[in-house]
Ligand binder design. Structure first.
Ligand SMILES: Nc1ncnc2c1ncn2[C@@H]1O[C@H](COP(=O)(O)OP(=O)(O)OP(=O)(O)O)[C@@H](O)[C@H]1O
Ligand SMILES: [Mg+2]
Length: 298
């Protein structure tokens, strides 16, 4: 199975702590088409992990429905959830993804053992997965002998072991520096675009979020906005945007200089000159205002 569609309708999750009820999800609806990559962003406590844990079959919804492919997850019995977790979903958690006493190879093999895959197939699949995440030479390392980025890449390989059509990742780059975060993000994109899997990723990092097709902003347990990558502020976008603005100012100044020369040489008359010059100055002033709004002085 390559990918599946995920449909969430009016999802509610209430946690009861004594007499106090916390509504972590308050009627959240979301549709992720098969083969798409969606990022979920939002403040701490807004319900992101709760949503992923329900999608991953680890937690039960209080109300509402979740459909993953042909399966209505919210109707499954606990025993059926085991099979769902094994076959349909790969899950990368916010922390503690790997078993510390097992090697890289064994950590990746483990989900396949649970699925009853024969040893020879497990070993060849593990080899293939470790080469996808670029860790063939780390197969005998234990997690504490790996960098944080490498550990997360092992976690991606393990999550893909049983070839699930849906991959869930909760803050996969949360504890990584920007270089490792980029590398892990690139692998998730590869899993989505290259292997065609549906990917739902929670992140607080806007730069990481922007690699997805869509970015959903969750607040107080509901989706507050659906954004495209270009609507998310990030250094790359703002740099190129600012560069475009600066380039446009240089172009306009060159046009004004050319206009002056044309007028001096008698190629255009006074009226044409005045009209064009006013227009070019207006455009330049507009761009300079925008540059100032973007925090560029002068
Ligand atoms: N097992 C639980 N029992 C009671 N309340 C819980 C439980 N799990 C989560 N909550 C509450 O539900 C709300 C949503 O929590 P959740 O972990 O989904 O947030 P989050 O968006 O993932 O936050 P973060 O960005 O900090 O990881 C919070 O108010 C949290 O305190
Ligand atoms: Mg969380």
């Amino acid at each position: 199975m390559t990918s599946v569609e995920v449909t969430i309708n009016s999802l509610v999750k209430a946690y009861k702590l004594g007499r106090i009820e916390v509504q972590a999800l308050r009627g959240l609806s979301l549709k992720v088409e098969a083969g798409r990559m969606v990022s979920i962003i939002g403040p701490s406590g807004s319900g992101k992990t709760t949503l992923l844990n329900i999608l991953g079959g680890l937690d039960r919804a209080t109300a509402g429905t979740v459909t993953v492919g042909d399966t209505t997850l919210t109707e499954l019995a606990p025993s059926e959830l085991v099979g769902y977790r094994r076959d349909v979903v790969g899950h990368i958690f916010q922390a503690l993804n790997l078993i510390p006493t097992l090697t890289t190879e064994e950590n990746v093999e483990l989900p396949m053992m649970a699925a009853g895959v024969p040893r020879s197939s497990r070993l060849s699949r593990t080899k293939e997965l470790l080469s996808i995440v670029g860790l063939s030479d780390r197969q005998d390392h234990k997690p504490d002998e790996l960098s944080g980025g490498e550990q997360q890449r092992v976690a991606i390989a393990a999550a893909l072991a049983n070839d699930p059509p849906l991959l869930l990742a909760d803050e996969p780059t949360g504890e990584l520096d920007s270089v490792n975060a980029r590398m892990v993000t690139d692998f998730l994109v590869k899993v989505n675009r290259g292997l065609g899997k549906t990917v739902i990723m929670v992140t607080h990092d806007q730069n990481v979020a922007r690699v997805a097709d869509n970015i959903m902003r969750i607040e107080d347990g509901t989706i507050k906005a659906s954004l495209t990558p270009s609507q998310i502020a990030g250094p790359e976008v703002s740099t190129s945007y600012l560069d475009q603005l600066r380039k446009r100012v240089v172009e306009l100044e060159a046009q004004m200089k050319q206009l002056d020369e044309d007028f001096k040489a008698g190629r255009i008359n006074g009226d044409e000159y005045a009209e064009h010059r006013v227009r070019l100055k207006q455009i330049r002033a507009g761009i300079q205002d925008e540059l100032q709004r973007q925090g560029v002085v002068g």
